[in-house]
Design a protein around this ligand. Structure first.
Ligand SMILES: CC(C)(COP(=O)(O)OP(=O)(O)OC[C@H]1O[C@@H](n2cnc3c(N)ncnc32)[C@H](O)[C@@H]1OP(=O)(O)O)[C@@H](O)C(=O)NCCC(=O)NCCS
Length: 172
């Protein structure tokens, strides 16, 4: 269990997956996501079986009352280069803009830098996902580059922004 000021993070359980499926079928939630939405429970369970429990970590995100509001995790953990990719989705829209996202990123970075002793945490975000970029920048992420027309979504090509934070520049 990881404790932030507002959120708590624990391992994602199979019993959390119906909520995840509901979020992944909400167009408002998936609007800027890079991965394909509209998955069903079978597909989500396959993803869970193949990835969770490996170096790919998926964590359930809970608010102060213990209610499940989203999930987050890491992929592409590279022990040699001491880096990983981070992702975060707050699926309950009522929980947006209340500071949970920023607190979740801070809590994960504390774990990744202080406990796992990683050196670099990076991510990719839709150029128009201003809310997400705001929290990443508040946590010390810097923009490193743009993937022009990186993806086709909702009828047009969209740019991706790569961002990363290094351990030495992380704002605790
Ligand atoms: C993006 C997401 C993780 C942000 O989490 P959150 O809990 O809503 O964000 P927080 O409340 O911690 O912070 C939001 C910040 O963005 C700001 N913000 C909100 N809407 C904004 C907008 N349209 N443009 C710019 N800034 C905006 C808020 O003012 C706040 O900044 P502040 O703390 O300086 O005032 C969450 O909304 C989410 O999961 N959305 C759907 C999935 C998604 O896009 N995930 C990210 C994929 S990279």
């Amino acid at each position: 269990m990881l404790e932030g000021d507002l959120v708590r993070l624990r391992a994602l359980e199979r019993s959390d997956l119906p909520a995840v499926v509901r979020w992944m079928n909400d167009p408002e939630v998936t609007r800027y996501l890079l991965s394909a939405p509209l998955c069903g429970l079978d597909e989500m369970e396959r993803w869970y079986d193949q990835h969770v429990g490996t170096d790919d970590r998926a964590l359930a995100l809970m608010d102060e009352s213990g209610d499940l509001i989203g999930y987050c995790g890491i992929t592409r953990l590279d022990w040699g280069e001491r880096r990983c990719n981070l992702w975060l989705i707050i699926g309950e829209r009522r929980a947006w803009n209340k500071g949970y996202g920023k607190d979740a990123v801070r809590t994960m970075l504390r774990y990744l830098f202080d406990e796992l002793n990683l050196n670099r945490v990076y991510l990719t975000v839709d150029e128009e996902n201003h809310r997400a970029m705001r929290i990443y920048e508040a946590c010390g992420f810097k923009r490193e580059g743009i993937g022009r027309n990186a993806r086709f979504k909702n009828g047009r090509y969209r740019n991706d922004v790569t961002m990363a934070v290094l351990k030495r520049e992380w704002k605790r």
